[in-house]
Ligand binder design. Sequence first.
Ligand SMILES: [Zn+2]
Length: 382
Amino acid sequence: MTFIRTVLSLTLLAGLANPAAAQFGIIEQGAKRAKQVSDFNWSDEEKAALGAKVSTLVRQRYGVVQDTAVHKYVTLVGRTVTDKSTKPGLPWTFIVLDTDAVNAFAAPHGYVHITRGALALMKDEAELAGVLAHEIIHVTEEHTIDALKKNTIKSAAAEEVAGGNAMIEFLANAAYNNILDNAYSRGDESAADTMGITLISKAGYAPQALGNFLTTLAERNKSATEKRGLFSSHPEMEARQGKLGAAIIKGKLSGTQLVSERFKTTIRYKPVPQSQIATVEAGTKGLAGGSSQKGSTAKDSKSTSTAKAEAPAEAPKKKGFGLGRLVSGGGSETKSAQVVGSGGARGLDPEKDAKGGSNPAVVAVKFTPAELQAFKKAGSLT
Ligand SMILES: [Zn+2]
């Protein structure tokens, strides 16, 4: 199959063929291969390698805003939050993606990506902290790796997967597709929300900020979804807001800071209505495969994206509960059915399939611990 060739060629090209692979051998039964994935033991080095590869794929897909001031600001906010997390010492990297789409993605070992389209919708720093915190929890609780193991079992069962570095190559591609599809479990999404607002409240931010952002997001998508004939009500959103409100009461979360002034000074992007987001054409360079089961790379996108467009009735794994899924009309199953109904639509998701910038380079950010402390103090944060 195509993907086996992709894995093998990547492995060979990168000189990653590993003697350790031999000890895994070629396992002939699918169940054993699935177990091989689920039992894969991760060292910190392997998690770091996986996160770096996934981040590279995300950055190649959407590009990176080449603005040092924006990256420094987002990183200072992110580090204010991670300092309250269970893993303050991870090599946290905050990346602003160059696209109008509204989304955020976590990758293992400290990579947090947020789109400038998401920044454009936010009113204050607390909302930014809330969305970053949601992704930070996906990292610290290793939801990224859990989703990978769970969602990759089926494909691993159907493919031949070697061990060591070849396994990481295989999983990096799968993880990339997972995060674009927001393939976390509902429970992990809910945990990311409630644990995330607990984190920002500890830092001094108002925990209501995440819910405020989600409200703005739902409003922003309302007209677009009605225009497309999708359901105008979002029961998932109501349930999510209800859980956020309950967590604030139960946890006695008492943060109060919104910090809007310096946010507005630094973040000056203008939101683009969902219906006006430019999308990449199916099959063009940079459009990632739509299915985590296929595990395609960006270069291998044509077949999978075409397949998705032609076979919208194929049941998705599950409805996501994150930023992108939440706002696109109640899950891809619903959306797919209605895309069929609308006739003219090309089956593209305006958020996931949005056009991105062309420069994938990470923007280096430097600041001293004293600078971070001063940043917190200026925002009345801790
Ligand atoms: Zn999430």
